[in-house]
Design a protein around this ligand. Structure first.
Ligand code: NAD
Length: 498
């Protein structure tokens, strides 16, 4: 047994031990051993963190745009230099393979690069002579203290989706990471500090439901960004909006890939296998349903199945592995339970992850491929969030499109085809927030914004990019004139433009 590390909060620029007396175990999913104990904040500890952040926010909002950009540039360089180290921290607690973890850091870093452009992003509009002698202009100002509550599956990227813009806009940011893989947040805090960010502008409060509820209720938290499962996203949205806060709450997903009969099947199968089983299916943009249109079903299933034996499943830190373990034992067992339910409900089990040859220690599960899945089955209805790919067969493009549009989740989707007209119709008529055309994981680049529709997003602002800047600032419009006092008079009429 190796020593168990205490995983603390980060308040006022330093590691702060938990004082609540409560903690949660953190595991190495590749060995199944507990490696850490993360502090779980009480309401009192959250209050202390918010007070420190509020004091820092009052100063930080007055920092010049070039000062903020300089910190972001420095932070970007540090993230780049520490990519391997951050990837190792991610793998140790999440389990994903190193290359995947490094990819997560790289995609998060894009958001920092976007935020380095904050001087240009915060430019307002100006109308000279909107009325005679009157000029009108708009400015955007920070909100104060904003909170981010993040899921286990991207412990570096999702916090960066939020904090880069929030901080660049002049706010203080409080991160409540997932208690399953909380260490990366503390390393991010240290790198922010090294980049020159004043203490208190980036805070980490470790915790569970109690910490989250305290943030949602705290009067000095102006806005909440959430990413996680749909039931919690809905709860966060309702609770925090009722408390008068601005909220964006991104939820779960069930992403479909439509494969048309004219698609290049090898290309489609490569893409779908990569997007279904990458990160053991624990991605909100994972493709978990392949919709085979027309007579493509048998060939698609055999192309998918052919690729599975070559996937190397093992500890994420081991070079050459393609897929690591799931995040916890409970989650692994839950996913295996879905495979059993699919089989019982009549799906054809082409590949059974439960019987795969995987390391005995740790929370491993092999890859499952289910064919002839129907929309009434739980494997189709629920977000499984594991290495399980379902194939649904439909007769026509219209039937496939209707299937995607009937699903309550609407995060991402993809179409594989060589027919530009069909692809164009799909992207126009599909009711999903992020669409890939021959692209399996269409996570937008950082200068667009990320978000699904329907039960995949509560609130009306997508995350990061231009919508992130808008979310983390309030607009103000100034109407200004410098009249000659000699022309002044009382006029009780409603002011009109002249
Ligand atoms: P989760 O909803 O269990 O947890 C997310 C966060 O909420 C964590 O910080 C957790 O501590 C907190 N939380 C959990 N239960 C809570 C409760 N009852 N009250 C208050 N806070 C609570 O999600 P997860 O298992 O960590 O992450 C996986 C989920 O996140 C999947 O559903 C996945 O699709 C989703 N996700 C969505 C996106 C997206 O962009 N739409 C991105 C990544 C992950």
């Amino acid at each position: 047994m190796s020593a168990i590390t205490s995983i603390d909060h980060w308040i006022s620029g330093s590691r702060t031990a938990g004082a609540s007396g409560r903690s949660a175990p953190v595991f190495d999913p590749a060995t199944g051993q507990q490696t850490g104990a993360v502090a779980l904040a009480s309401a009192g500890e959250v209050d202390a963190a918010v007070k420190s952040a509020a004091a820092a926010a009052r100063e930080w909002r007055t920092s010049s745009l070039s000062t903020r950009a300089a910190v972001l540039f420095a932070f970007r360089e540090l993230l780049h230099a520490h990519t391997d180290e951050l990837a190792a921290i991610i793998t140790a607690e999440h389990g994903k393979v190193r290359s995947d973890a490094a990819g997560e850091v790289a995609r998060g870093l894009e958001n920092v690069e976007f935020a380095t452009g904050i001087p240009a992003l915060l430019k307002g509009g100006y109308s000279e002579q909107a009325s005679t002698g009157v000029d009108v202009y708009s400015i955007r100002q920070p909100l104060g203290v904003v909170a981010g509550i993040t899921p286990f599956n991207f412990p570096v990227m999702v916090p960066l989706w939020m904090c880069a813009n929030a901080i660049a806009c002049g706010n203080a940011f409080i991160l409540k990471p997932s208690e399953k893989d909380p260490s990366a947040a503390l390393r991010l805090a240290e790198l922010w500090q090294q980049a020159g960010l004043p203490d208190g502008v980036f805070t980490v409060v470790q915790g569970d439901r109690e910490a989250v509820e305290s943030l949602l209720e705290h009067p000095d938290v102006a806005a909440v960004s959430f990413v996680g499962s749909t039931p919690i996203a809905k709860h966060i949205y309702e609770r925090a909006t009722a408390a008068g806060k601005r909220v964006q709450a991104l939820g779960g997903a069930k992403n479909h890939a439509l494969v048309l009969p004219d698609a290049d099947l090898d290309l489609a199968a490569d893409a779908i296998v990569s997007a279904a089983y990458g990160s053991a299916g624990e991605r909100c943009m994972a493709l978990s349903v392949a919709v085979a249109v027309g007579d493509v079903g048998d060939d698609l299933v055999s192309a998918l199945a052919k690729r599975l034996p070559a996937l190397r499943i093992g500890p994420g830190a081991e070079p050459g592995t393609d897929m690591g373990p799931l995040v916890t034992r409970e989650h692994r067992d839950r996913v295996a339970g879905y495979v059993a339910e699919g089989a019982d409900a009549g799906a054809t089990v082409v590949s059974d992850g439960r019987t795969a040859d995987v390391p005995a220690d740790g929370f491993f599960l092999g890859t499952t491929l289910l064919d002839h899945v129907t929309p009434d089955m739980t494997v189709y209805r629920d977000e499984i969030f594991g290495p399980v790919l379902s194939v649904v067969r439909v007769a026509t493009f219209e039937e496939g499109l209707a299937l995607v549009n009937a699903n309550p989740y609407a995060n991402g989707t993809a179409i594989f085809t060589r027919d530009g007209g069909a692809a164009r119709r799909f992207r126009s008529e599909v009711e999903v927030g992020m669409v890939g055309i021959n692209v399996p994981i269409p996570v937008p680049v950082a200068y667009y914004s990320f978000g699904g529709w329907k039960d995949s997003l509560f609130g009306d602002t997508h995350m990061y990019g231009p919508e992130g800047v808008s979310f983390y600032t309030r607009g103000k419009v100034v109407t200004e004139r410098w009249p000659d006092p000699a022309t002044s008079s009382v006029d009780l009429g409603f002011p009109r433009t002249r």
